[in-house]
Every structure is written in C-alpha cells, then in structure tokens.
Design a binder for this molecule. Sequence first.
Ligand code: APR
Length: 178
Amino acid sequence: MERFAIITGDITLSDAEAIVNAANTTLLGGSGVDGAIHAAAGPELLAECRTLNGCETGRAKLTGGYRLPAKYVIHTPGPIWRGGNSGEPALLASCYRSCLELAEQHGIRTVDFPSISTGVYRYPLSQAAGVALKAIMDFLAKHDLPERVRLVCHTEETSKIYRQTWNIWYAGDKASRM
Ligand code: APR
C-alpha cells in the first residue's frame, strides 16, 4: 500500500478507516466539506458532536462515521486566514499533526484528509499545501501508523497545486535518494 497519495474526489465516499472533517470550533456542522460529511453521515454524527463541547483550532476530536463508508470521522477546526501573521501556519500544521496523532492512538491504519482551511477559511492554497505536506511527511517519517494517508482534493485544480508542491519538496528528495 502506498504510504501517501494526493487524489481528486469526494471525501464522503472515501473507504479510508477515518476521514478528516475541516470543521469549526463548535463542531456543530457548517457548509463545505463539513456540511457534506454531516449530510452523508446522518443525524447521529451531529448528536455525537453535541456531546464533545466543541474543539479548539488546531486540535482534533474523534467520532463514529455512522452512515459514511468510513468508520471514523476526525474533526479538526483549521485556522481562518488573517494574512498569515496570526500563527496560521503553525495552527494548520497542528491540525494535520493532531489528526494523525489521534489516528495512531486509536490504531487507525488509513486516513484521508481534505484540504483544510482552503475554502471558507480562505487559506491560500499553495501556502496551505506546503504546510500540509510537510506536517504529514514529518509525522509519517517518525510513526508506523497510519499506514496510508491521502489528501483528497475536491477539484483537479486543488490536486494540481498539491502535486506541484509535492514535486518541489519531495520528488527532488527522492531523486537525490536514488
Ligand atoms: N470532499 C473533499 N473535499 C471537499 C468536499 C468534499 N466533499 N467539499 C469541499 N471540499 C474541499 C473544498 O473544496 C476545500 O478545498 O474542502 C476544502 C476545505 O474547504 P471548506 O470545506 O470550506 O473548509 P474550511 O476552509 O476549512 O472552512 C471551514 O467552513 O464548512 C464550514 O463549518 C465549516 O466553519 C467551518 C469552515
């Protein structure tokens, strides 16, 4: 199984053991991928989220997946973009790391992420991609679980930016390893 991949698709259809939800700090649903995940998971997801008392930006909380193919949903509120000098990069990196730590703690083998904060929260896509890929690759270099992580982009355009960023940072590295 490939350790990391960037794919295009609808994360609510993912067969990963856990999918990550780009939530808000109330964890009570919203639009974007949050809205899509709640719509697909059904009302039991919101009922469980109500018991969690929200979640801080950059942290993560686990729930069941209910009617989703995924067994779990890991909810993480990403930072709202405010120009880049309010700690956004560190908070975004913390979202990815917190989700991966939670997955490892629960013995979850496969995790799919959406592109956190790059929609309603307006984090510039190419900057978010660099932060996301570094956070994921740094974690995978030091941990055996999850065995597979994917970045599930909703549009080809988003995938293209992540792939370009990947090629700049990591494809070169592979070449040097050959
Ligand atoms: N599958 C995969 N990715 C998706 C899907 C989907 N079904 N739907 C949307 N996306 C993508 C968007 O295209 C974007 O690239 O998820 C990424 C994150 O965008 P948002 O969902 O808008 O999330 P975010 O920018 O983190 O803003 C979070 O929006 O929905 C509200 O409650 C949420 O307040 C919170 C805020």
